[in-house]
Ligand binder design. Structure first.
Ligand SMILES: [Zn+2]
Ligand SMILES: [Zn+2]
Length: 82
């Protein structure tokens, strides 16, 4: 049971597509303001890539939450997008 709990709490910080940390994912956009774009994993050899958008709070899905998480975590990119 302990192992299951640890795995679940750890999984919250990992990408569901490739299993790498969200910290390894780069949030990219060509929109201004940055309401949508795409995210890429920077781990060598990883092809993980998906689009994201920032819809109304009521429409937020899992990927949007992931994108927001990366926004907060990636200070350099956050400044660029802000
Ligand atoms: Zn990856
Ligand atoms: Zn990924």
């Amino acid at each position: 049971m302990q192992a299951t709990t640890a795995a679940m709490s750890k999984a919250a910080d990992l990408c569901k597509q490739c299993g790498h940390s969200w910290n390894d994912h780069k949030l990219l956009t060509d929109k201004d303001p940055p309401l949508e774009g795409w995210m890429e994993c920077s781990v060598a050899g990883c092809t993980c890539r998906f689009t994201w958008s920032l819809p109304a709070a009521s429409e937020m899905d899992e990927m949007t939450k992931a994108a927001e998480y990366v926004l907060k975590k990636n200070d350099e990119l956050y400044r660029r997008l802000a």
